[in-house]
Design a protein around this ligand. Sequence first.
Ligand SMILES: NC(=O)c1ccc[n+]([C@@H]2O[C@H](COP(=O)([O-])OP(=O)(O)OC[C@H]3O[C@@H](n4cnc5c(N)ncnc54)[C@H](O)[C@@H]3O)[C@@H](O)[C@H]2O)c1
Ligand SMILES: CCCCC/C=C\C=C\[C@H](O)C/C=C\C/C=C\CCCC(=O)O
Length: 267
Amino acid sequence: MALDGKVAIVTGAAQGLGKGFSEILLQNGAKVALLDVNEKVGNDLKAVFDKEYGPDRTLFWTCNVESEEQVKDSFQKTVDAFGGLDIVCNNAGIVNENNWEKCVAVNLNGVVRGTYMALQLMKKENGGRGGVIVNVASIAGLGPFVTAPIYTATKYGVVGFSRAIAEVCSMCGSGVRINMLCPGFVRTAILSSLHSEETAGQFYSMAGFTQKLLEQYGVTEVSEVAEYFLKLVKDESRNGEALMVQKGQACYIKFPQGADMFSSDPV
Ligand SMILES: NC(=O)c1ccc[n+]([C@@H]2O[C@H](COP(=O)([O-])OP(=O)(O)OC[C@H]3O[C@@H](n4cnc5c(N)ncnc54)[C@H](O)[C@@H]3O)[C@@H](O)[C@H]2O)c1
Ligand SMILES: CCCCC/C=C\C=C\[C@H](O)C/C=C\C/C=C\CCCC(=O)O
């Protein structure tokens, strides 16, 4: 997929991975609507992007992905302003093992909401022009992150939901591909959740264990993950795939097709 003139939406775009994904889309010629709950940081980023890429290339909408109304409004205003929609990255996410309902509301419900809203506007059956959705999961969506069980559950949810909806979209001829990005630890503000009792909750006392995991896996830079995000957007042969990115390595995950294809012990 060539990106020149394409229209993209990125949630959680104000900083961290969302900022990196937005910037690489801009560098490749797309127009990008930046959606984030943090109005100040989002507006500041738009001002920086305006200087670098021109004032007509980005929009910023204050948008909490927990809110159906705000997501609907931001997506529709983007289509009205830019004349269509081709790429959506559902990236907004948090760690909160304490307020776990909020963690589910943002990480899983927010991704489901963003995916359904995107499909309404992008699928060919509705007069859309097709395109690609990238849902941001984590390696914690592929194997358990034991000191963040709720975070793990939300990311497994993102992977399961995305695989299923990708297949049904292909069956229906929607023209929309849906893929998952599964990074390991990445150098962003979310890593500070490790050192906060407010977000690590009952697992705060195990911060030493989490820190060891982090040292074992290593920490990837946003720019490296963004390069793989771009591959996932551009490669039209990929649908329903999970691209795992860790420090210095990346691969597409081979999932068993169904429950009976996992390796197993007879009972
Ligand atoms: N950094 C990592 O180690 C890592 C690894 C794998 C996956 N991820 C995932 O990448 C995504 C981005 O995380 P990050 O590391 O860039 O974190 P970050 O904290 O740097 O950025 C997250 C952004 O999302 C925004 N946000 C939070 N809640 C929101 C909401 N309800 N609605 C809209 N925006 C909201 C924040 O304001 C912030 O701008 C998350 O889904 C995270 O789970 C991160
Ligand atoms: C409770 C404090 C959490 C602090 C860490 C913050 C954010 C991390 C986000 C990443 O999405 C998680 C990255 C890696 C998860 C580590 C281990 C999962 C093991 C998966 C496997 O089986 O390989």
